[in-house]
Write a protein that binds this ligand. Structure first.
Ligand SMILES: C[S@@+](CC[C@H](N)C(=O)[O-])C[C@H]1O[C@@H](n2cnc3c(N)ncnc32)[C@H](O)[C@@H]1O
Length: 222
């Protein structure tokens, strides 16, 4: 078993079930041309986010970590016409690339990009008394995931869904002595989620074009 095989299977299945998409390919090309790192979710994972948002009937979505807007576009496409997606990005240059791609996708009316450290943006949303979110996708700097999770618990509606990406990190998550700050962050996040009575959650390990990783799917109890 190898990355080469996982990648081939990812391409084969995405070719059949996800298909070609000019807008999303343009978004990836724009990110690439602007020198953004190639760390967006894969097409199969983007479609999963889209499907989960639809299954959950989400009309308010919060995303931490916009990058070039690839996952943003996937999720915003699941929104009803009166829906809203707020996405948080630290890097203004990345946000500018995302903004253009979201506009080309015809989704600007539904999407708000907030620039700055996600922790600050989350606290600002809380202070503003923003309407609670139906679905939250946490995909920013991995070491801060525990802090984000605690803030997101206050921003998500009862019965809301919280998705946390890159939890497995090539298996580093099982090593208490790991030097990977992201994996340490995920260990603390998993311990918090385990101890949180308002949440019921599971972890799914994944392989594919993005290597070996996984995500947590957590439901805030109604
Ligand atoms: C893995 S990428 C997001 C990928 C994107 N969700 C996708 O799949 O298309 C992580 C993003 O989080 C951003 N980021 C890093 N630290 C951050 C912080 N403290 N606050 C907000 N965003 C941050 C990075 O600039 C990067 O764009």
């Amino acid at each position: 078993m190898s990355l080469e095989l996982w990648d081939a299977v990812d391409r084969y299945t995405a070719g059949l079930l996800v298909g070609e998409d000019e807008v999303l390919e343009q978004a990836l090309a724009a990110s690439n041309e602007a020198g953004l790192p190639a760390i967006a979710v894969s097409p199969n994972q983007g479609k999963l986010l889209h499907l989960l948002a639809r299954i959950h009937g989400a009309s308010r979505i919060l995303e931490l970590g916009t990058l070039g807007g690839f996952s943003t576009i996937w999720m915003a496409r699941a929104l009803p016409p009166e829906g809203r997606l707020v996405t948080l990005e630290l890097n203004p240059a990345y946000a500018a690339v995302a903004e253009r791609s979201i506009e080309l996708a015809g989704l600007s009316e539904l999407v708000q990009i907030r620039i700055g450290p996600a922790g600050e943006s989350l606290r600002a949303l809380l202070q503003e008394g923003t309407e609670r979110f139906d679905l939250v996708f946490i995909d920013a700097d991995k070491q801060s995931t525990p802090e984000y999770f605690e803030l997101v618990l206050e921003l998500c509606r009862p019965g809301g869904l919280i998705l946390v990406d890159n939890v497995v990190r090539d298996g580093a998550v099982v090593d208490p002595a790991t030097a990977d700050a992201g994996a340490q962050g995920m260990r603390r996040f998993l311990e918090l989620a385990a101890a949180e009575p308002r949440v019921t959650a599971t972890t799914i390990q994944t392989v594919g074009s993005k290597g070996y990783d996984g995500f947590v799917l957590a439901l805030l109890e109604p």
